[in-house]
Design a binder for this molecule. Structure first.
Ligand code: AMP
Ligand code: ZN
Length: 114
């Protein structure tokens, strides 16, 4: 797992701009923000894509969303609204193959997404 960028963050080899952390998840600012607030929430266990989520991960995936809502509350846009989205594989634009939930807020969001 040492080649995985996000595993390196979890291992402390790279220091992200962390906004929230628990035993199971880490939330940090995206280096190339697409909204006034753009945070990535990742599981501390390496899971490459949505397709690799197993039944043993169901509680962990729930914790990603609990963390996303916490990040949104802390950022002050939980009530006005925000986007929490995961890209899966190439056609959706996934570039880092360690599961991550994008939390985007602080501006109006378009639907459908591009
Ligand atoms: P995705 O395209 O869904 O795989 O999202 C990967 C995200 O990781 C992109 O939004 C990148 O800007 C972000 N990213 C890549 N490297 C870093 C880094 N070192 N620190 C924070 N975010 C990063
Ligand atoms: Zn990883």
């Amino acid at each position: 797992m040492t080649e995985c960028l996000f595993c390196k963050m979890i291992a402390g080899e790279i220091q992200p701009d962390t906004v929230y952390e628990t035993d199971d998840v880490l939330a940090f600012r995206d280096i190339n923000p697409q909204a006034p607030t753009h945070v990535l929430v990742i599981p501390k266990r390496h899971i490459a894509t949505i397709n690799d989520i197993g039944t043993e991960d169901t509680e962990l995936i729930g914790k990603l969303y609990l963390a996303a809502a916490r990040v949104a509350r802390d950022a002050g846009f939980a009530e006005e609204g925000y986007r929490a989205v995961m890209n899966c594989n190439g056609r959706a634009g996934q570039t880092v193959f360690h599961l991550h939930l994008h939390v985007l807020g602080g501006r109006d969001m378009n639907w459908p997404p591009g």
